[in-house]
Design a protein around this ligand. Structure first.
Ligand SMILES: Cc1ncc(COP(=O)(O)O)c(C=O)c1O
Length: 493
């Protein structure tokens, strides 16, 4: 006997890129002998070999081989990187099998790697680069600022100008404070909501990603009831309530008899799969918050300045109390910000409030002039709404066309998103929340994205795609034709 008796269920990953063979150990068969164990293992290996030639893995291998054959220098950089950077990367999500390529430069809508490969970039620096890589206006403005100082650590005019510009563009913004990342901005916004309301509990949605702040790093990925990371203490997470996305009745049920400071929601679930909120749902949240004296916080780190000049709140016509911003606001440089009604934001005013009702915010590089000048240039470019309208139309067309390609190819897929954000989920089900998104076939999505990468189109595997002003019809046609190629092969395998 082997210990507690183990039955092996060996399944081949749908893509070799998804990693090594999956060995699922099930404790079902309590009478299993060593012989039965070995027999089962042999059977499983045979099944693997059979499946390997039957179910399209050969195609997957071909794609991986193509990628590997084009990225020798990246592979050797990855070997070096692994020794000094955990997983060889500076952010876990940037790793993908068999190894990530290493970028040497970027311009417009293209990335170039160390092996000289060119990629049409639909990831756009985590969706931050709505004007593309190094747009001339930003290069010029930042170049000038470089001569005049990169980090003052004092007050300066540019920060006032960016603040005024955000207040002009974002409906909920009367006052703003800058941070260096979306994570920080969500952390300070949460603290502010607690300070303002005097309540401890906060609520967020299943599948909502708001960065690595302890109190918000729960319920991001399925299974939602398992901690997202080690090191998150109960003290840090016990006051966070998890709510069902796009389900107003569910939210009401969950919050019945609870006293909470804030409800934090992304107008479009970003890392949760590009799932747009229903307008009625957001309106209902607004009403509920008013009724129960809860602050409504929109995390617009992705949707801000992308769905509309005033972000998701303008797009949906629902105004939150506090808005969290990031990505696009920095014009390609590190940023985060939180803004909202004056009365709430004034809690950060240390001249007015002391200790017990004051809410701290600060940071060495907050509102550094490089980020501010890049952000200001970007906001001024986006202010009229023309560029964003054009991108939203292109986004609509992209979703329609990709959906049509999968339908023609007889592939079950939902192409979702909003504005210039898009994502594909290989499932028959309508994707209305992160539960459905997580039931879709992720390995198929990985295969599709790796095929695109091997053929010169970059989408960070299994993540959202985004559009920029630098994408032209030619790049969109490449995306469509490579998707057609994927659909043809996926179907014939
Ligand atoms: C909606 C949302 N909020 C917050 C964050 C965290 O921002 P950052 O990575 O700048 O800390 C992200 C990052 O992707 C995000 O998508």
């Amino acid at each position: 006997m082997i210990g507690d008796d183990i039955q092996l269920d060996v399944r081949l990953p749908k893509s070799p890129g998804m990693g090594a063979i999956l060995l699922d150990r099930e404790m079902k068969n309590r009478d299993q002998s060593v012989d039965a164990f070995v027999y089962n293992l042999n059977q499983a290996v045979e099944t693997i070999i059979r499946q390997h030639s039957e179910n399209g893995i050969a195609r997957g291998t071909e794609v991986t081989e193509k990628y590997v054959s084009k990225t020798y220098k990246s592979k050797s950089l990855y070997e070096r990187a692994k020794k000094v950077l955990p997983a060889g990367v500076s952010y876990g999500i940037r790793y993908f099998e068999p190894y990530p390529f290493y970028t040497s430069k970027a311009k417009g809508c293209k990335l170039y790697d160390v092996d000289g490969n060119e990629y049409i970039d639909f990831w756009l620096g985590h969706t931050a680069l709505i004007l593309g890589h190094s747009p001339p206006a930003i290069v010029k403005a930042v170049g000038k600022q470089l001569e005049n100082g990169t980090q003052y650590g004092t007050s300066h005019e540019l920060e006032v100008e960016v603040a005024e510009q955000v207040v002009k563009m974002v409906p909920s913004a009367e006052m703003i404070r800058f941070t260096n990342s979306g994570t920080e901005a969500n952390m300070y916004a949460t603290r502010l909501a607690r300070a303002y309301t005097g309540k401890n509990c906060i609520a967020k949605f299943e599948g909502g990603w708001h960065g690595g702040y302890d109190a918000l790093q729960i319920g991001v990925k399925q299974p939602f009831n398992v901690p997202e990371s080690a090191g998150l203490t109960e003290g840090a997470t016990n006051d966070t309530i998890l709510l069902p996305f796009n389900d107003l009745e569910g939210v009401k049920n969950e919050l019945r008899e609870k006293e909470i400071a804030s409800i934090l929601v992304e107008p479009v679930l970003g890392s949760g799969g590009g799932v747009p909120a229903n307008k009625e749902f957001l309106k209902g949240l607004r009403e509920l918050c008013d009724e129960k004296n809860i602050l409504l916080i929109f995390d617009e780190v992705i949707t801000g300045f992308r769905l509309a000049p005033g972000g998701g709140q303008q797009y949906y016509g629902v105004t939150p109390d506090i808005t969290v911003l990031g990505k696009i606001l920095g014009g390609g440089f590190p940023i985060g910000a939180f803004c909202g009604r004056k009365e709430i934001m004034e809690r950060i005013n240390s001249l007015v409030h002391k200790r017990r009702d004051y809410s701290f915010h600060g940071g060495t590089f907050a509102a550094n002039p490089i980020t501010m000048v890049a952000g200001l240039t970007t906001l001024r470019t986006l202010e009229s709404g023309e560029l964003i309208d054009g991108l939203n139309r292109l986004g609509h067309k992209t979703r329609e066309q990709l959906a049509e390609i999968f339908e023609t190819g007889d592939i079950d897929a939902q192409v979702i998103g909003a504005g210039s954000i898009f994502n594909v989920h290989f499932t028959k089900e309508e994707v209305v929340d992160a539960h459905v998104a997580s039931r879709a076939d992720k390995s198929k999505l990985f295969d599709y994205h790796l095929k695109l990468i091997a053929d010169g189109i970059f989408m960070l595997p299994t993540h959202n795609g985004a559009l920029s002003a630098a994408h032209t019809n030619a790049e969109m046609e490449r995306l469509f034709s490579e998707t057609e190629d994927y659909a043809r092969h996926a179907n014939s395998s």
